[in-house]
Design a protein around this ligand. Structure first.
Ligand code: DGL
Length: 270
């Protein structure tokens, strides 16, 4: 779609929310509750989806290029990188290249998981990209060295989540193949927390709960990210959300019908 310019809508800059696909909507829905007075621009790099298997250098270059353009076009108040795979790789480079922009990131919720686990067995369910990041290893070393953390890199789950949320059939058996490795038993103890370290996965949390061999906490960081975004967006007395403003941008320029309908369901023009 043509990107409406923001100026003059309610005088406030919008929040730009970025993901490789539709996963960032799980963060958007929380952010809107906490930042009701701002317009939102949802950007899906669907032409690059999925990010999980990308080579690191090429993906960083792609994300930096995209932001060059996004910032010039939309002039947002802040950017929320609602994608673990993108932020654990390119977060530092984005902040370095665009020092005047505030980037709120998404990283695997390893610290809260380590604080909450009682069994000491924690799994991190993520894309293969996030699992291999130095950033993720550093989080484990800094905050969870007393736990046994299993990194489970799923090559297909983000795509399955996209299909699922569009109403297509995804079989229980296929989902179980992806989440099964999260469940560990050691010396009588069992995994009690699974970190949802890809913003696509919370869409399927109910299915995960149903298929899990035993109950665990499925840690979704969306609310914490939204709270951080709220802290970074100045409150303006009396400001109200601009009418019918929020919209989605797809880098393919051509989202399919089911995706457009989904966006409409989230109150985003696409
Ligand atoms: N939603 C993204 C994340 O949080 C990744 C999905 C993908 O592109 O593979 O990691």
């Amino acid at each position: 779609m043509a990107n409406p310019k923001f100026e003059g809508v309610n005088g406030l800059k919008p929040v730009l929310m970025f993901d490789s696909g539709i996963g960032g909507l799980t963060v958007l829905r929380e952010a809107r509750v906490l930042i009701p007075e701002r317009g939102f621009i949802y950007v899906a790099d669907d032409a690059g989806f999925p990010y999980g298997g990308w080579e690191e250098e090429a993906l960083t270059a792609r994300i930096l290029d995209l932001f060059e353009n996004l910032l010039a076009t939309h002039d947002p108040e802040i950017c929320v990188i609602a994608c673990n795979t993108a932020f654990t790789l390119a977060g530092a480079a984005l902040r370095e290249k665009f020092p005047h922009m505030t980037f709120v990131g998404t990283v695997p919720a390893i610290k809260p998981a380590a604080e909450r686990t009682r069994s000491g067995l924690v799994s991190v369910l993520a894309t293969p990209g996030t699992v291999k990041r130095a950033y993720t290893r550093d989080l484990i070393q800094s905050f969870a060295s007393q736990c046994h953390v299993r990194l489970v890199g799923s090559p297909d789950l983000a795509r399955m989540a996209e299909s699922y949320i569009r109403g297509e059939t995804v079989t229980d058996a296929d989902i179980l193949t992806e989440i099964g490795p999260c469940f560990m038993e050691r010396e009588g103890a069992k995994t009690d927390i699974v970190v949802l370290a890809c913003t696509h996965y919370p869409f399927m949390a109910n299915v995960f709960r149903r298929l899990a061999p035993w109950p665990v906490d499925w840690l979704d960081p969306a609310e914490a990210i939204a709270r951080q975004a709220r802290r970074k967006v100045p409150l303006v007395e009396g400001a109200e959300h601009p009418d019918s403003y929020d919209f989605a941008v797809f880098t393919s320029g051509n989202p399919d019908f089911a995706t457009r309908r989904l966006m409409q369901g989230f109150g985003l023009k696409a």
